[in-house]
Design a protein around this ligand. Structure first.
Ligand SMILES: Cc1cc2nc3c(=O)[nH]c(=O)nc-3n(C[C@H](O)[C@H](O)[C@H](O)COP(=O)(O)OP(=O)(O)OC[C@H]3O[C@@H](n4cnc5c(N)ncnc54)[C@H](O)[C@@H]3O)c2cc1C
Length: 120
């Protein structure tokens, strides 16, 4: 997809070293659909980083992500925590999903990971 400019419309501390970011298009218009397990790919001041969407929505107008400040960050999560504020703009590079499950096949999910728990 072509890069899409987004604006931060919400930033909230939700846990230790973790913020929830809410992003939307500048005009508030529709965003690419997201299946369960999808993540967005963001350009963070030249660094490309991926963040799982908190909600899957077939017709989203906002994306929500939770971002942990990584210890010894080379810049991605540190940029989000220290530089992004409500009103900041950033580029959405892609919406991707590497964890698509086929509902026609039986499955057994055993995991403590956030990405797996949302689909089991
Ligand atoms: C599909 C996907 C979904 C993701 N979803 C989320 C999410 O929902 N929330 C979230 O917080 N993160 C998520 N991540 C991780 C996120 O993309 C970033 O990797 C994270 O924010 C750290 O980026 P950073 O630039 O701050 O840290 P980085 O600089 O990438 O550092 C991360 C860690 O690697 C170590 N490190 C630094 N340099 C090196 C090196 N040269 N070699 C080895 N290790 C090194 C650092 O010490 C640090 O602990 C996801 C990643 C993927 C692939």
């Amino acid at each position: 997809m072509e890069p899409l400019e987004l604006i931060v419309v919400g930033k909230e501390t939700v846990a230790a070293d973790t913020v929830k970011l809410t992003l939307q298009r500048l005009d508030g218009g529709p965003l690419p659909a997201a299946q369960p397990g999808a993540h967005i790919v963001l350009d963070l001041n030249g660094l490309v980083r991926r963040y799982s969407l908190l909600r899957a929505d077939a017709a989203p107008t906002r994306y929500e992500i939770g971002v942990l400040r990584a210890a010894n960050s080379r810049g991605g999560s540190r940029f989000i925590h220290e530089q992004l504020v409500v009103g900041s703009r950033l580029s959405l590079l892609d919406v991707a999903n590497e964890f698509i499950l086929d509902p026609t096949h039986p499955m057994c999910c055993c995991s403590a990971a956030a990405s797996a728990s949302r689909r089991c």
